[in-house]
Write a protein that binds this ligand. Structure first.
Ligand code: SAH
Length: 215
């Protein structure tokens, strides 16, 4: 794909590979193909490929490219995967997931963001995403169980319904923290012996607001 942001986008990929040690070539190639600048308000387009999160509508943010890459990599997707995403926001992370997984079920609580993301999926011809507006901490029972669940907002505890909706060997990637300012990036894998938890370091997300999140 040739566009005016091709060079900054290639630099972003180089940074993800060399500085952030993202190893999954499929994640890198999809991030090189999806035009991140088209998920941002017009005034911020020129910053789309910078190494940070950026503001979108409703006081929310589009996650830093590194966070998008890392969370996607941690899900260990395959072409058959069915994924639940909580906090679709701009739809950028959703679009990345949609190019690797079989289907993505996405939930966003801010109606304006959900509507804009929906328009983008239409425009880009992304047809394997089902998006709804609502509280994602309850999961999406009718489509469960999932091979992977990605939560793009930080809550105080791991929402119980999300654990219940995870397949055996399925992975849940979620930022968890006792205050709203900082979290740890956690991956939970469902095994025969129960849930196994790994910690991938500090991070900062907007708050996960809902029944099993912040009130
Ligand atoms: N991946 C998105 C990140 C958006 S920020 C992107 O890159 O654009 C996190 C999003 O989570 C916000 O849009 C916020 O509105 C949403 N959110 C917070 N709590 C939620 C909940 N309980 N259910 C669904 N979405 C939620």
């Amino acid at each position: 794909m040739l566009d005016e942001y091709e060079i900054p986008r290639q630099r972003m990929i180089q940074r993800l590979r060399e500085h952030y040690k993202i190893k999954d070539e499929q994640v890198l190639s999809v991030m090189n193909a999806i035009p991140r600048h088209l998920f941002l308000p017009t005034a911020l387009k020129s910053q789309a490929y910078a190494d940070n999160a950026l503001p979108i509508a409703g006081n929310q943010t589009i996650s830093q490219p590194y966070i998008v890459a890392k969370m996607t990599e941690l899900l260990e997707l395959s072409h058959g995967s069915r994924i639940l995403e909580i906090g679709a926001g701009s739809g950028y992370q959703t679009a990345i997931l949609s190019q690797i997984a079989r289907s993505v079920y996405a939930i966003e609580r801010v109606p304006q963001l959900a509507a804009e993301a929906q328009e983008r999926f239409q425009k880009f011809g992304i047809h394997n995403v089902v998006l709804r507006c609502g509280d994602g901490t309850l999961g999406w029972n009718i489509y469960a169980p999932f091979d992977g669940i990605l939560v793009a907002a930080g809550g105080p505890i791991i929402p119980e319904p999300l654990l219940a909706q995870l397949k055996l060997y399925g992975k849940l990637v979620i930022p968890i923290g006792q205050d709203t300012q900082s979290q740890r990036l956690i991956r939970v894998t469902r095994t025969e012996k129960g849930f196994m938890t790994e910690d991938f370091g500090g991070c900062a997300f907007v708050p996960l607001i809902g029944e099993h999140g912040w009130k």
